[in-house]
Design a protein around this ligand. Structure first.
Ligand code: HEC
Length: 235
């Protein structure tokens, strides 16, 4: 299973390579091309590297689509603990990148007279990619570095990443203080109510044990939480 983190890193690497290559390709002068589609002329950049740039661009678009296919199903679950400011910026930049990509294709196919703006579009696209990944880099990196020494632990960690990642990223895992068994029950309920597959399957106890080991939470806080809730109900 390819993780979102792997896709994210590939997205950044491709974006960086495409942007640097594009800036270099733009250092070649434009030669006049009377009657051509672009009044600024035709580029004299080497065709081989222009093709490499195109292939990198298609790769970038494919990864974008793969990431969106995984992110869009999370949108209904943006609430409370799953949506901090960084998440909203991440979401907005995700759409902006899509709009910029469409803009690039429109210029290349239908509005060649705007060709001299492609360089700016490319640089903004890369900066948007960088900031978009930056907004989630910390929780993603913290999750990735959680220890998993045995094969069983590595499998449990991968399952958490895969099953829990269908609704939200790693960020909520580092917030909240309910016991893990309580959180997992709640997640199961949310999934059931929204007709999503059960994130625990038959592995709930392994998940709770693993999460308790690497991100300990006290049951005592949970008791206090329950007490507070019953007090509120009594009022
Ligand atoms: C069906 C969608 C869905 C799935 C699957 C899901 N979650 Fe959640 N999760 C949510 C929503 C919605 C919230 C926000 C609830 C709130 O703010 O009270 C949330 C919040 C959380 C929180 C923070 C709130 C708290 O009570 O501490 C943690 C931690 C969490 N999820 C962990 C997990 C883990 C671990 C898994 C995988 C076993 C998982 N989630 C799977 C939808 C989901």
């Amino acid at each position: 299973m390819i993780t979102n983190a792997t896709l994210g890193v590939a997205f950044l690497v491709l974006g960086f390579a495409a942007t640097v290559l594009q800036l270099w390709l733009w250092t070649f002068p434009m030669v006049p091309d009377p009657g051509g589609p672009d009044p600024h002329g035709k580029t004299s950049a080497p065709p081989f590297w222009r093709m490499v740039h195109r292939v990198l661009g298609y790769g970038f678009v494919l990864i974008y689509l793969a990431l969106m296919a995984r992110m869009i199903p999370r949108i209904p679950f943006l609430e409370g603990e799953t949506a901090d400011t960084a998440t909203w910026i991440h979401l907005a930049l995700g759409w902006i990148i899509g709009i910029l990509l469409v803009g690039k294709v429109v210029i290349l196919r239908f509005a060649q007279e705007w060709g001299n703006r492609l360089r700016a579009v490319g640089v903004i696209l890369f900066l948007a990619t960088l900031v978009m990944l930056g907004t989630i880099a910390r929780p993603a990196q913290t999750f990735a570095s959680l220890p998993a020494t045995t094969v069983a632990e590595r499998q449990t960690k991968a399952l958490i990443s895969e099953n829990c990642g269908t609704c939200h990223g790693a960020m909520p895992l580092f917030h909240g203080d309910d016991s893990w068994s309580h959180v997992l029950e709640e997640m199961q309920e949310i999934a059931q109510k929204s007709s999503r597959p059960d994130p625990l399957g038959s592995r709930g106890s392994e998940m709770a044990a693993y999460l308790q080991k690497v991100l300990p939470r006290s049951e005592r806080r949970e008791e206090r939480h329950r007490e507070r809730e019953s007090e509120r109900e009594d009022d």
